[in-house]
Ligand binder design. Structure first.
Ligand code: MF3
Ligand code: CO
Ligand code: CO
Length: 270
């Protein structure tokens, strides 16, 4: 268990990596519009990460395994029914009404910051807006309960409850993860589960919470490129991700952006 606890020095570096990853999402927003390709979004992020931030885009060449090419791009771009790990390509032109998740992971001084958000291209459908909002609420409800003593099953439970209360479903096959010098490390952070189960959180843990919520069923399909994950029913999917630190009193969102209002995390009922 103690291997899951970061040192003060680790935490200093994790704060910087998280801040830089959030910077990339702030930067790229202005470029997300109808007519741009996901390849162009990748190129802009890559240049910014390497040249402005002097950091490394973690996805690039990540995760090669027997029978699978390493991820070939610097960010993941997941449009509409793509759940996660969409590969940027010059064939994918964004159009009015699309929703897109951009997932950024940077390595700075050997430490990872991992975060993603949803963007609207022009005017999304009412369903798309509702899915995107509910998915962000799922993440925020999870953040709100993080503190020492909380258990991983509690996090999964609040996410699953909120998604299902809105008649959406939770993707099972992909989850949040411990993060530090290693991109994906222990523990696995499931986005569904039962209260009072799983490991107990302790101050100094750093991990991601990154719920993937589907408008239809939770079932997924992996495309032949061995990366792109889509909904089996081809209905919409949304995802939001933060990298967080468990503190003595609650949570510190290492990838918080200025466009977010996270004051609810520090306002306690009297
Ligand atoms: N950023 C993703 C996550 O949240 C992982 C992407 S791995 C890649 O864990 F290789 F697909 F980029
Ligand atoms: Co992640
Ligand atoms: Co990510």
């Amino acid at each position: 268990m103690s291997t899951l606890i970061k040192t003060a020095e680790d935490i200093t570096h994790m704060r910087e990596a998280g801040r830089l990853a959030a910077d990339v999402l702030m930067m790229i927003g202005a470029h997300v519009r109808a007519g741009i390709t996901t390849e162009e979004l990748d190129r802009i992020c890559h240049q910014y990460i390497v040249n402005e931030l002097q950091a490394i885009p973690a996805p690039l060449n990540y995760g090669g395994a027997p029978g699978r090419i390493p991820f070939p791009k610097s960010i993941c771009t997941s449009v509409n029914h793509v759940i996660c790990h969409g590969i940027p390509t010059d064939k994918k032109v964004l159009k009015d009404g699309d929703i897109i998740n951009i997932d950024v992971t940077v390595i700075k001084n050997g430490y990872h910051g991992d975060t993603s958000k949803m963007f609207f291209v022009g005017q999304p459908s009412i369903l798309a807006q509702r899915l995107v909002t509910v998915t962000q609420e799922c993440l925020y409800k999870a953040l709100a309960i993080v503190r020492p003593g909380c258990r991983l099953g509690d996090i999964g439970h609040v996410i699953q409850q909120h998604a299902q209360a809105n008649r959406f479903s939770v993707v099972r096959e992909y989850c949040g993860h411990g993060i530090g010098r290693v991109f994906h490390e222990e523990p696995q952070v499931l986005h569904y589960g039962k209260p009072d189960t799983g490991i107990t959180l302790q101050a100094g843990m750093t991990f991601t919470i990154e719920p993937m919520i589907n408008a239809g069923t939770h079932h997924t399909k992996l495309l032949p490129d061995n990366w792109t994950v889509v909904t089996k029913d081809h209905k919409l999917s949304a995802q939001w991700e933060h990298t967080i630190l468990v503190t003595e009193t609650g949570v510190e969102v290492l990838t918080a952006r200025p466009d977010e209002n996270l004051t609810f995390l520090t306002e306690h009922a009297a």
